[in-house]
Structures are given as C-alpha cells and as structure tokens.
Ligand binder design. Sequence first.
Ligand SMILES: Cc1cc2nc3c(=O)[nH]c(=O)nc-3n(C[C@H](O)[C@H](O)[C@H](O)COP(=O)(O)O)c2cc1C
Length: 312
Amino acid sequence: MQIYMAPLEGITGFVFRNAFHKYYGGVDKYFTPFITPHTKKNMDARERRDILPENNRGITLVPQVLTCQVEEMISISRELKELGYTQINLNLGCPSGTVAAKGKGSGFLDDPIKLDRFFEVYFENSDMPLSIKTRVGVEETDEFEQLLAVYKKYPFCEVIIHPRLGKEFYRGTVHRDLFSRAVKVLPQPVCYNGDIFTTVDFQTVSGENPECERYMLGRGLLWNPQLAEGIVSGRMTEFDLVRFEQFHDEIVSGYREYISGDRNVLFRMKELWGYWKDLFPADKKHFKKIRKASTLMEYGQEVRMLFEETKA
Ligand SMILES: Cc1cc2nc3c(=O)[nH]c(=O)nc-3n(C[C@H](O)[C@H](O)[C@H](O)COP(=O)(O)O)c2cc1C
C-alpha cells in the first residue's frame, strides 16, 4: 500500500513537506500545490522554488499543474522532465469559482469532449507520464460515467479520485459508491482521496475496496500528523508533543527564511493552527491568543507557553 500527501495550496509547500518528512513517517509520495502556467513562462519564481530538486531532497514529489490548455501542459511537462521529474499530475478538482469559471480544475469536467481531446493531444506529444486528480463531476453524480468513459482510454500512471462534485467543495459526505465503481471500471491504478481523518475512516474505505492500494490524505495529516504512521502500522500512537514542537519550529524557521515579512509568516502559521488547535483540546486560552497575535514574537511566546503547559 502507498500513502500520499494531498496538495494543499498555501500549506503543503516545500517548507512544510520537508519538515513533515523529517519528523513524521508513513507518506510515500508528495504532490505540489497546483502550478498555473503563464502565457510567457511555465512557472513564476515562487512555483519554481517550490519544485526545484534542491528544495525537495530525499522526498518523492509529483508536480501538479492546473490548466485546460494542452499546449501549456506539454510545454511544462518538458521543463519538468529536464528538472528530473518522471511524472506530473493534472488538477481536475479545484472547485474555486474563479478557477472553474475559466474551465480549469473541476470546471474542466464540464466539457468531456474537450477533456478527451486534451488527453489525445497530450499523449501524442509528450512522453512524460501523467496522472490526474479528479472529482466525480460538477453538478450531478451521473456525470461520472461519461468521465470514466474518457479516462478509460488513456494510459494515466494513476487516477486519483476525490469523490465529490465540484459544487460540493469540501462539504457533505463523499460518494464512496462512485469511487468503488471507478475501481471496477478503470484499467489504471486508482487512488482514493477524501475525508480519511482516522484509522477507522481508512479501514472503512479500504474494506469496501480491497483492490485499492493507494490512498491520498490531506486535512487528516494536518489535524493529526501521526495519522499516516497509524494507518501503516494499524494502530494510532499517542500524540507526541516533543516531535510536534520540533516540526512546528522547523516550519517557522523555514518560513522566516523564505517568506518575506514577519506578518506573512505569522499569517501562514495562524492558518496551520486552524487545524492544529484540535491537538490541544484542553487548551482554553493560548489558542485564542495565538489567533490574535499581532507579531511573530507574541505568537512565539504563546505557542511556547502552550507547549510548556501541555507538557506539565
Ligand atoms: C486549503 C486547501 C488547499 C487545497 N489545494 C489543492 C491543490 O493545490 N491541488 C489539489 O489538487 N487539491 C487541493 N485541495 C484539495 C485536497 O488536495 C484534497 O483533495 C481535499 O482536501 C480532500 O482530501 P482530504 O479530505 O483528505 O483533505 C486543497 C484543499 C484545501 C482544503
């Protein structure tokens, strides 16, 4: 079995990925948050820095691309190949209104004929192995059959499925029945993604799909960084605060090195605490102060106090 870390825009950049890989186990492969090709160049400076091999040493990384223009996909596949990558991923899931309105991400699923043509041209012109990360439709679950008919035809190295519709964003129950259907119908390796937050969630999906060997975890790894280890070993271990503290500190120092301005670092850290606060259910006061901190110094003091009090 293989476990992947899902791409989370604004969160799972190289600083986070490297820190995670240093302190936690269980993840076999990482995906970059989406890269959006630009008219004149494939990547901007920030996107390039995120995928540079020297910033991703020792981890297996798949760059993800968000586009509906096959020429852009072919062009970026060549550049990524030159950088040493052996696989790229196409984002067919982003539900954001502005992205979907441009026919990208989940918006691309609205036009299976264009999608079909995109893959036909891609595989004629690029030898870079391609995987897709897709939802099951935009508005209605019955759109999925037509998408499966397209996906069946092409030699994707894997098909990652988040079984929600575009209009469902990240809410409501996942359509696990549609995932099971895809496992039966698709000839390519299929990977499950969506709402695996506990080992029990994992056991439910894997129990329903014994053929499925690949699982992608996103928010579950933020809420509990030990989740992948628990899934692999079959038992969850107690929250390890010392390890978490080191992980946290590594992210702060990485952000301070690469993100300009302490305010931006603070903003990024606060976003992470939106997930991490549940690791400290007994805390009544520090999390509130972390959220309100206006300087990195104030933030650091509150976090330290939270860690010390939790240890005591
Ligand atoms: C903040 C945030 C950012 C995301 N960014 C991306 C992205 O860049 N590319 C992508 O394919 N999916 C993205 N997703 C979707 C996740 O990769 C994943 O499919 C989704 O969270 C469901 O998996 P989970 O329930 O394990 O979190 C994002 C989701 C969230 C919540």
